[in-house]
Design a protein around this ligand. Structure first.
Ligand code: F6P
Length: 524
């Protein structure tokens, strides 16, 4: 039985970490003129340069042996073929099926998954063509001009991030808005700008039970009723649902033909490839949405078929394990330099921290090692004027993923050059540091690790590949840490307490003095 901290490689890696404590990354380049070539890899229009990490060939070799010892190749195949890898919910995790060639077949529990996927995609395509083409008319014959996606977590972050990433591919007159927070301001700031007769609401919720989403959805429906000469039939023209819970969506008043279904074998944070991606397809068109799927598919094939030493998700995962479990880093910064990727850090927070923020292994044993890091970040160059001080002179080593595209669609050479040279310079400064014999407060110790992730361009294909790259990095780390990356039991307690505190029978509950005092303050 595999156990991360009792694996053969674990102890060797601990020793290698001790041996390299005094190493300088900069010296690695002096002793190996081919270091960039040896420690970079390219696939599917993405290059990763991991040479500016405090990592040597022997360390990399041992990390690859660790991957083998965790039976990673077998676990990849099992996940891809629909095995119940989500062991606590006894489910597959088949987000990869959402972007497979539709001609393939994949049977899960006797059901042809690809037939269901094909049907769901056809529903999305037909709806997109009708709305974007003007065939879908509102209750008074107006074209739909605005889309409001109401959802939270995986029902918001992925679609919103991709719409922003591909903002230059928005090919419709449609304006797409995302409402997620239960703070009424989030919804009201959108509604105040819209006319109900030109607006389509997407109520996006896998469970169709999330408190925040349902409250926002009911408030949006009330706004619609209050601002139109309302008839029940109008709802069918202005509200659709994305969910696995068909009954609850119908109870809300959404017509069956306007419910875009997906399935319990798709995790929320992995669902943008499913009907959850409806706002993406409405924004960029179904053809471009298909290119997004194809980009992810190409990364799936790379992940499945490439030797781990050249496998981009595996390399990023192993380097992350080295930082977290052998270099003592508990945080990981994601700093995209493309403005269109400004929502990527928030998306990766859920993908990484909700998947691997676990402390029990797949056997139910409490674990004695660190797992997911604190993932955070912001666009560069902005971060250079916000938190880079800590990265350069702080007391902690925070490994960084720098991300940018070489080609930009907007042709402003001076801006592109400034963007990329800033990013390259920051990675170099983190590695080299600087000395100042006279003033210690000016010294940057350097020796700080970073990955450089360079996309050929920003396109539906490259964005699909980039997201799948991180999905598979997270999966690989979950396998190495021997944890279930596909459940999220930790969020259930907070949800239950909030529902109870928000309910009418709440008064008769004893609370800790703090909570009670706070509730008294708001007179509850
Ligand atoms: O945070 C818990 C969670 O269940 C996420 O996994 C999910 O993406 C989010 O809440 C929203 O859930 P739903 O899509 O069911 O509304």
């Amino acid at each position: 039985m595999y156990s991360f901290s009792h694996s053969k490689s674990y102890l060797k890696l601990k020793q290698l970490a001790l041996n390299s404590e005094r190493d300088r990354i900069a010296d690695y380049f002096k002793s190996d003129s081919e270091r960039f070539i040896n420690m970079s890899a390219k696939a599917n229009n993405i290059l990763i340069d991991y040479s500016k990490n405090k990592i040597t060939e022997p360390v990399l070799k041992e990390l690859l042996l660790l991957a083998d010892e965790s039976e990673l190749q077998k676990k990849i195949s099992l996940m891809y073929s629909g095995d119940h890898v989500n062991c606590t919910e006894d489910r597959p995790a088949l987000h990869t099926a959402l972007r497979r060639e539709l001609s393939e077949s994949l049977s899960v529990a006797g059901q042809d998954v690809m037939h269901d996927v094909s049907k769901a995609l056809a529903h999305v395509e037909a709806f997109c063509d009708q709305v974007r083409g003007g065939a879908w008319l509102g209750y008074n014959g107006n074209r739909i001009k605005n889309i409001v996606n109401i959802g939270i977590g995986g029902s918001d972050l992925g679609p919103s991030m991709v719409c922003q990433a591909l903002c230059e591919y928005q090919t419709s007159e449609l304006d797409v808005y995302f409402v997620s927070n239960v703070d009424a301001l989030d919804l009201n700031q959108v509604l105040v700008r819209l006319k109900p007769e030109e607006t389509m609401f997407i109520v996006s919720s896998k469970s169709f039970a999330t408190q925040e989403t349902m409250l926002n959805a009911h408030s949006a429906k009330q706004w619609f009723v209050d601002n139109t000469a309302y008839k029940e039939s109008y709802i069918a023209k202005h509200f659709v649902a994305v969910t696995t819970n068909i009954t609850a969506a119908q109870d809300f008043g959404i017509a069956l033909e306007n419910i875009f279904e997906f399935w319990d074998w798709v995790g929320g944070r992995y669902s943008l490839w499913s009907s959850t991606g409806l706002p993406i397809a409405l924004s960029i068109g179904f053809s471009a949405f298909s290119e997004l799927l194809a980009g992810a598919r190409s990364m799936d094939e790379h992940f499945l078929n490439t030797p781990f030493s050249k496998n981009l998700p595996v390399l990023l995962a192993l380097i992350g394990v080295w930082h977290i479990n052998f270099q003592g880093s508990n945080a990981h910064a994601v700093i995209p330099y493309n403005q269109c990727l400004n929502q990527l850090p928030a998306f990766l927070q859920q993908l990484d921290m909700e998947s691997n923020g676990k402390s029990v292994d797949v056997e139910g044993r409490h674990i004695d090692y660190d797992t997911a890091p604190i993932v955070w970040g912001q666009t560069g160059a902005n971060g250079q004027h916000a938190f880079f001080q800590l990265l350069h002179q702080g007391s902690q080593n925070v490994p960084v993923d720098f991300i940018a595209s070489i080609k930009h669609n907007i042709h402003t050479a001076s801006h592109n050059k400034a963007l990329l040279t800033n990013m390259f310079s920051q990675a170099q400064a983190l590695m080299l540091g600087c000395n100042d014999a006279e003033y210690s407060y000016k010294v940057c110790l350097g020796n700080k690790s970073s990955n450089m992730i360079l996309l050929d361009d920003i396109s539906p294909t490259s964005i699909g590949s980039l997201i799948a790259l991180y999905e598979h990095k997270v999966f690989t780390q979950g396998v190495i840490w021997n944890i279930n990356s596909f459940d999220q039991w930790g969020v259930e307690l907070g949800k239950a307490l909030a529902l109870r505190m928000n309910s009418a029978e709440f008064e008769h509950v004893e609370h800790d003095a703090s909570t009670q005092a706070l509730l008294d303050l708001i007179n509850m």
